[in-house]
Design a protein around this ligand. Structure first.
Ligand SMILES: Nc1ncnc2c1ncn2[C@@H]1O[C@H](COP(=O)(O)OP(=O)(O)OP(=O)(O)O)[C@@H](O)[C@H]1O
Ligand SMILES: [Mg+2]
Length: 491
């Protein structure tokens, strides 16, 4: 359906893609995989008209096309489901789907016919969302459906999904994959970008590997394995996935002690200690209260109970706790204050500037050296620290936040889903960073929906079920089965 030949894309001096030849077929789910910055999103955006080609040609059903806007691409049946959803949150589902496509009666909108049209599309693809709900009130999954319905109601024949599951709770992943499959079965061409190799292997038909803006190979997914994808993506065979973690110092007083922490209706009577050098995993199903417990420890939400940090009971504001040595890498990193139009260096050092100021003012050289070191440790890919954050790929933007957090030298690091959106090679770097902080005597609270990640890194795991600690596992007792059993115990 879609053919690219010799396609290239540059942004100023940055070459994002070179010499891409590719065919995308109707009725198939076609994956794009690659490291952060490999060019996946850029390729998707060329196809759906967000960017225009710097080189090469693109054909839809054998006819050459060139777009200067997403609207033009949509006229040819090409639509994108972006990661930053592009809906109007204050308007209804119906408005969002029908806007600009209302059925008219003379100069007037025929509301009833418009609604019938939208309902017919929902019916046809068995995708139902309350037409009168306000989009901003809906969970992400439903909002994604609205975006898909909007594309379908405009007769999209190819839909690009860019990391659609990165922001989804884990129990919503399977339904989304089923939806993607049903679109292909309905005769659509689907492009699917993801860092979750299991999703790629399970849910796609064809896979294209990109590396450094180049096309490495395209072939049937059935011919690939987890290891062959890793090798294709990174260009080398990956060693051990997890670093050795040193034993914690349990004789030393705990860095943090939480006693009887409660927030009515959310979690209850949560108590635990984390000792210097200890990585404690907080596991549990989505909605069990993991992130909420973390937010309460940080002072982002009110709670009852006692928190002792560095030997002192604390009750202050979030700002006071951050200044006192707590840090959090939050789950929703997109909303966590990246200054998109500012240089990387400022984004990394801004909250920590006092560390670089002396009698003579700000020591710019030390500031840059520190930013550089912390960025390098995340394997962030950038040309210069002066590049603006919005010139980086999505995964590399997340690494800016990671570097900012580690630069603060926190005594307690709360890492909520720290490797979301990060490629397979860089995951190991982030694990190394976490293990390294533990080795320096920091306390780590690790929240993750990836069980392997929790098992691979934690000294000890607390399993949360319905707002209570349903189990504490360590040593030989720390197994996937034990963890899942505890996670489901309260449900
Ligand atoms: N608007 C832009 N201005 C300048 N450079 C850009 C812009 N958008 C992307 N790039 C550059 O193009 C390259 C490819 O970025 P792209 O966003 O396509 O990567 P990606 O494969 O989607 O990565 P990720 O997995 O991190 O989302 C990167 O080097 C990035 O810095
Ligand atoms: Mg991307």
């Amino acid at each position: 359906m879609l053919t690219l030949s010799g396609v290239g894309k540059s942004f100023g001096g940055t070459v994002a893609l070179t010499d891409i030849d590719l065919t995308v077929e109707t009725g198939k789910v076609h994956a794009f995989v690659g490291e952060n910055g490999a060019g996946k999103s850029t390729l998707g955006k060329l196809i759906v008209g967000v960017h225009s080609l710097s080189e090469g040609r693109m054909e839809v059903d054998g006819t050459e096309v060139s777009f200067t806007s997403p609207a033009q691409a949509l006229d040819h049946g090409l639509a994108g489901i972006s990661q930053e959803l592009s809906l109007m949150p204050q308007r209804t589902v119906l408005d969002n789907i029908a806007l600009g496509r209302e059925v008219m009666r003379g100069p007037f909108i025929n509301a009833r016919a418009t609604r019938r049209g939208v309902e017919a599309v929902m019916e046809r693809y068995a995708m139902h969302v309350d037409p009168d709900a306000r989009v901003g009130d809906l969970p992400i999954v439903e909002q994604q459906k609205v975006e898909i319905l909007r594309a379908l109601s405009r007769d999209a024949r190819l839909i690009v999904f860019d990391e659609p599951t990165a922001r989804l709770p884990s129990d919503q992943v399977a339904p989304l994959l089923a939806l993607v499959r049903s679109l292909a079965d309905a005769g659509k061409a689907v492009i699917y970008v993801s860092h979750f190799l299991e999703e790629i292997l399970e849910a796609t038909d064809t896979v294209t590997i990109l590396r450094n803006g180049r096309h490495i190979r395209t072939g049937p997914t059935a011919n690939e394995t987890h290891d062959s994808l890793v090798e294709g993506v990174t260009g080398s065979v990956l060693g051990e996935q997890y670093p050795e973690v040193a034993a914690p110092d349990r004789a030393a007083p705990p860095v943090i002690s939480v006693t009887g922490l409660s927030r009515p209706g959310v979690f209850e009577n949560v108590s635990f200690d984390i000792h210097p050098g200890e990585i404690v995993g907080l596991a549990g199903l989505v909605g069990s209260g993991r992130s909420e417990i973390a937010r309460a420890i940080l002072g982002a939400d009110p709670s009852r109970g006692k928190i002792t940090f560095n030997g002192r009971e604390i009750s202050g504001s979030i700002a006071a706790r951050l200044a006192g040595g707590m840090a959090m890498i939050p789950e929703n990193r997109r909303e966590q204050g990246l200054m998109m139009g500012r240089p990387i260096v400022e984004n990394v050092t801004l909250p920590h500037l006092s560390r670089f100021s002396g009698a003579l003012g700000l020591d710019r050289r030390r500031e840059r050296a520190a930013a550089d070191a912390h960025c390098a440790a995340t394997e962030m890919k950038y040309a210069s620290l002066n590049d603006h954050a919005d010139a980086l790929s999505g995964g590399n933007q997340q690494k800016i936040l990671f570097a900012r957090t580690t630069l603060g030298d926190p005594a307690l690091l709360i890492a909520d889903e720290p490797t979301r959106g990060v490629d397979v090679g860089a995951k190991r770097s982030i694990y190394d960073l976490i293990a390294g902080l533990a080795k320096q005597g920091k306390a780590i609270l690790l929240i993750s929906s990836e069980i392997e990640e929790i098992l691979g890194l934690s000294h000890r795991v607390l399993v949360v079920s319905r707002g209570r600690i349903a189990g504490e596992l360590e040593g030989a007792a720390l197994t996937e089965t034990a963890l899942m059993t505890a996670a489901f115990s309260g449900t």
